[in-house]
Design a protein around this ligand. Structure first.
Ligand SMILES: [Zn+2]
Length: 251
């Protein structure tokens, strides 16, 4: 056991949700990634902040604790997600189905130990392919999340594939399923978490199957501006405001 220093568990915004801030106060929080989150809090936004479990940031520099737990609900065949997002996910899949597009959730919540074995298997395979140990570890980390850094552990991420092409490969982007999701995921609060052009920031390869729940109001803005979550968290209120000023806001 021993204490986990990675108490960056609910990084960024969620962390600030716990602070007793006065209305109108501005907060600056610098992520380990170097991104700065700045928040101007008015009453309305303070209220909204209560929901910000949805913006939890998990990446190679913001690890979840081994003991992280979340209440889960079964979806699809045999996958589990955070109970709070199951309805949104099911509604999204049903809407696609109504248009004749079948999408399968093939990977939802993953425990820490499951992630450990996935990661170790990947390294083993790379070593077999002739990689040097250091390279194998590095390479494995870009394909399989290092334990504690996988969003799947939050229960807020789900890998979705088209029924006609169920491989987790880049070609997934050409399927009707992905094309439909690209147009509609934000309506249900989901985003494409690892866009092709954001690899440098996310540290993760392009994954046109990995969707992440952040809630509708955030998803619409993130998808509209083609951001990755790390970028959005730099200034969520600012992006929201810009979006509203452009007349895209919904309410
Ligand atoms: Zn995934």
């Amino acid at each position: 056991m021993g204490q986990k220093i990675s108490v960056l568990l609910l990084a960024g915004i969620l962390w600030m949700a716990a602070l007793p801030l006065e209305a109108g106060a501005a907060v600056h929080f610098v992520h380990k990634t170097g991104y700065q989150v700045r928040l101007e809090l008015d009453e309305e936004r303070r209220q909204r902040r209560l929901d910000e479990w949805r913006l939890i940031l998990v990446n190679f520099e913001n690890k979840l604790d081994e003991d992280f737990e979340v209440e889960r609900t079964k979806v699809g065949n045999n996958q589990y997600v955070d109970a709070r997002i199951a309805d949104s996910l099911n509604a999204m899949l049903a809407a696609a189905e109504e248009e004749g597009i079948t999408i399968y959730p093939i990977s939802g919540y993953r425990s820490y130990s499951r992630q450990v074995s996935l990661y170790q298997n990947k390294i083993r395979r790379l070593l077999k392919e002739g990689y040097e140990p250091v390279e194998a570890v590095e390479e494995a980390g870009t394909v399989v999340a290092v334990p504690g850094t996988s969003e799947h552990m939050t229960g807020l991420a789900v890998d979705l594939v088209d029924a006609g092409y169920t491989l987790l490969e880049e070609e997934q982007e050409n399927t009707p399923g992905y094309q439909w999701l690209l147009q509609h995921c934000m309506e249900y609060g989901f985003i494409v978490r690892y866009p092709e052009e954001k690899k440098e920031i996310t540290g993760i390869i392009y994954e046109p199957w990995h969707f992440r729940y952040v809630g509708e109001e955030h998803a619409r803005v993130i998808m509209h501006y083609g951001l990755c979550l790390e970028e959005y968290l730099e200034d969520p209120e600012g992006y929201q405001q810009q979006y509203e000023e452009e007349g895209k806001g919904f309410r």
